[in-house]
Design a protein around this ligand. Structure first.
Ligand code: ATP
Ligand code: MG
Length: 790
């Protein structure tokens, strides 16, 4: 052991040890889930720092999510007594933001440029389409947005995109106009952050050399999910051939081809092979021991992923023993599934598992709604990652728009959002006039107000005066005070006071003040903020400084050393933040997220819900083999999140996008080893027997006839007493369709069956019929033709 690093390296196995202590050469660690890739990467950073091989400012580390970046900083500060804040550790977007803040002038951006989140971006694209007089039916804003993002992720500006056909040619024109509009307004979207940074590094030799010399070590986690542009980005910061006299740069990439789940967004798993070749990696290190999960969980993951043909090939083993069986269960409906899950989670919590150690995973965001409402009704704290984020809620975005205008009045997206919100007599006609005037003079809306005459013009001028006044009045105030002033002076709070459901919105606005407050304390802004120690090798670029955490906090201006105001930094943070503000900070809450956002994380107990054909694997993936393999990798990611206990569940019916769907269980279930599973419901009998029936009572949708959930508890275990529906209600049900429970009916496809359950009314009426050989089916009575036999 090197002196002083004993404790750091003691808990590594030989392969991990070898990886951590590799020399400054390009390295690739290829290893399965839970084998310690992230741990190796983090330990390597700590080792490099503690042995003095690199200074905090000489390190660049990229992770995929804000959560992962924070996690890494936390782990790091636990290992080393250094100030990790201000280190270049963050997401690609966060690091690009930091870079562009430092070099805004060279990048051709205004100093106070703002970041467009996906919602803003869509409305910006819509404005362009409208201004060009194009039809939204032919140029669907969402598709145009994808086109633009896709082009940027391929490193293509409008002039680089091939105009294959007239439609594409028009799209390129929109792309061009969109770029011009963003530039005029001083805003950048997420893909632009990456592309701008890449281009500036590519085109500016002295800057490139500076950073290549500066970053002695560059580390990338989850390398399998980098897209083409991200890989090129890596190559400009740490090229295979270091500049003359700069000495070797350590490039350390870790990844798992079996966890590549972003192909749909342009991720190139082939980047791993390219990296190995282009960087002349001498030896790919593999880690095969899994430290996260027990044997049954791991066996399930291994068996599942073995069904994929395109793999680099590796297996995982554990020495932890088999552990518990993987629990699996079938439910009559998504609602019943949610009820069951909620009870199970509560039981786990009562037995001592922290809520934050229980994850509820689902394939699609839309699935969270039913889970959320069940949790909400039961008063169980939960937190959703990657859903509708706090900063994306309408009222919060309104408040942020005012704040952004204080920073930069030329931000037309924000201007349009609030110029007449709350209403101040500025109609659509006035705004059209203003937009026309702005277009002629190629100026911002704010600048063009003088061109609009009459009452509308006066009202616009008053709005400008409001913004200017706020800017004057809030100068030098704390973030909290600024937001307070804005909420009052904008009229937002007064407006929501008069609204019927405004109370919750006002709460969210108050929460914004809290968010600002915790931003200030966490990130070191505010009165205690210390002057930045400037990295001597680069005027203006910060070394490991006490100010700023992760990469949300940008470096100061490279020339002047000026740093962003707390307000500007907070606005950046708001645009980059991935939903961490959902539940109250610090509260122990169940963790809800899509499988995609669970990447890299781990929990004691994991529920994977909605294992149904069409949902998981997703129906969009079923047409081609590649799509199905990506879904399987996604399932592999989901399974391998669990440390101790894994639950799988599926349901026969599900409300999605306003429709009831009747589902078949996912093929992935068949791909799991029988010996590792424990069925909570009878396995082949399908529905209608034993356990599943217990949950019928929980299935009520408030569709008029649905009975109230009958739920009781016996000795702390959840039970589902199934009270028979009151006789009157039962009568009503029978009368409506002329069907009754116990009746034998004939169905064209499934033949004869017995009605087990009748639910709902009108177009929502449904029956559960046991068809013997075909098993039990839920049928929508409005569609299915059931002929009484007896
Ligand atoms: P994923 O592919 O899911 O991102 P990973 O390969 O990055 O997984 P880590 O998250 O680094 O894996 O590690 C998984 C778990 O195993 C962590 O809790 C980590 O602390 C633990 N672990 C890793 N290596 C060891 C070890 N040598 N001794 C004890 N625990 C370890
Ligand atoms: Mg990891």
């Amino acid at each position: 052991d090197l002196p002083g690093t004993g404790t750091l390296l003691r808990n590594l196995n030989p392969e991990q040890y070898a990886a951590v202590t590799l020399g400054p050469e390009p390295s690739l660690i290829l290893a399965g889930a839970g084998s310690g890739k992230t741990r190796v990467l983090t330990t390597r950073i700590a080792w490099l720092l503690s042995t003095g091989q690199v200074s905090p400012g000489g390190l660049l580390a990229v992770t995929f999510t804000n959560k992962a970046a924070k996690e890494m900083l936390t782990r790091l500060s636990a290992m080393l007594p250094i100030a990790v804040r201000g280190m270049w550790i963050g997401t690609f977007h966060g690091l690009c933001n930091r870079f562009l803040r430092a070099h805004w002038k060279l990048a051709g951006l205004p100093q106070s440029f703002q970041i467009l989140d996906s919602g803003d971006q869509l409305s910006a694209v819509k404005r362009v389409i409208k201004a060009m007089g194009l039809d939204e039916q032919r140029f669907v804003p969402k598709q145009v947005t994808w086109f633009i993002a896709g082009s940027k992720e391929d490193g293509q500006r409008p002039k680089d995109v091939e105009a294959r056909d007239p439609q594409t040619r028009k799209m390129i024109e929109i792309y061009e106009a969109y770029e011009a509009q963003c530039q005029r307004e001083g805003v950048v979207d997420f893909a632009e952050l990456m592309l701008r940074t890449y281009e500036l590094m590519r085109d500016n030799a002295s800057l490139r050399e500076h950073y290549q010399r500066r970053f002695r070590h560059v580390l990338v986690d989850e390398f399998q999910d980098t897209n083409r542009l991200q890989y090129r980005w890596l190559k400009v910061f740490a090229p295979p051939q270091a500049p003359d006299g700069a000495g070797p740069q350590g490039v350390f990439a870790v990844g798992d081809d079996d966890q590549s789940i972003y192909a749909f967004r342009g991720a190139q798993v082939g980047n791993m092979a390219d990296f190995e070749r282009e960087y002349h990696v001498r030896q790919v290190i593999k880690l095969e021991r899994n430290y996260r999960s027990f044997g049954n969980i791991l066996d399930s993951a291994n068996a599942l992923i073995a069904h994929n043909a395109h793999r680099l090939g590796k297996n995982l083993r554990t020495e932890a023993g088999p552990g518990e069986l993987v629990r699996i269960g079938e439910h009559p409906s998504d609602y019943a599934e949610a009820q069951w899950l909620l009870d199970e989670a509560q039981a786990l919590h009562r037995s001592g598992v922290a809520r934050s150690e229980i994850a509820l995973l689902y394939r699609s965001n839309a699935q969270s709604r039913v889970l959320e409402s069940a949790l909400f009704n039961a008063g169980i704290p939960y937190r959703v990652y990657g859903g509708l984020r706090f900063f994306e809620r309408a009222e919060v975005k309104h408040a942020l728009a005012y704040l952004r205008l204080i920073e930069n009045p030329h931000d037309d997206t924000s201007y349009l959002r609030v110029v007449n919100f709350p209403a101040r007599g500025i109609g659509a006609r006035t705004i059209e006039l203003l937009q026309d005037a702005a277009k002629v003079g190629t100026q911002s809306l704010y600048q063009s107000v003088g061109a609009v005459a009459g009452k509308g013009g006066n009202n616009l001028a008053a709005f400008n005066a409001l913004i200017d006044g706020l800017r004057e009045r809030t100068r030098g105030l704390t973030l909290r005070e600024i937001i307070g002033q804005v909420l009052a002076a904008s009229g937002l709070v007064d407006f929501y006071r008069t609204e019927k459901e405004g109370a919750e919105r006002i709460e969210n606005l108050e929460e914004l003040v809290n968010a600002a407050e915790s931003f200030v304390t966490q990130e070191g802004f505010g009165k205690d903020a210390v002057a930045l120690p400037v990295d001597e090798t680069s005027p203006g670029a910060i070394a490991g400084s006490p100010v700023g955490a992760a990469a949300d906090i940008p470096a100061p201006d490279a020339e002047t050393g000026e740093i962003q105001s707390p307000l500007a930094a907070f606005l950046t943070h708001a645009a980059l933040e991935a939903g961490d503000n959902q539940a109250q900070a610090g509260q122990d809450a169940l963790q809800l997220m899509t499988v995609h956002s669970a990447k890299g994380l781990e929990f004691d107990c994991v529920f994977i819900t909605g294992l149904e054909e069409g949902l998981f694997p997703h129906e969009n993936s079923l047409s081609d083999g590649d799509g199905l393999e990506e879904e399987r990798r996604l399932m592999y990611v989901a399974i391998t999140r669990a440390r101790q206990r894994l639950y799988l569940s599926f349901s026969q019916t599900r409300m999605l996008h306003g429709q009831t769907r009747y589902n078949v269980k996912s093929r992935f279930i068949q791909e799991l080893p029988e010996g590792a599973l424990k069925w909570l419901t009878p396995k082949h009998q399908g529905f209608g027997s034993g356990y599943a029936r217990e949950y019928q009572s929980a299935w009520s949708r408030g569709s008029g006839l649905g009975s109230v959930v009958g739920m009781g508890r016996v000795e702390g275990r959840p039970t589902y007493a199934a009270p028979p529906p009151p006789p009157m209600l039962q009568k009503a049900r029978e009368a409506e369709h002329g069907l009754r429970i116990g009746q034998t009916v004939f169905h064209n496809k499934f033949g004869e069956g017995v009605i087990v359950t009748l639910e709902g009314s009108g177009s929502d009426a449904r029956a559960q019929v046991n068809f013997g050989r075909h098993g039990a089916k839920w049928l929508a009575l409005g569609i299915a033709k059931l002929t009484p036999v007896d």
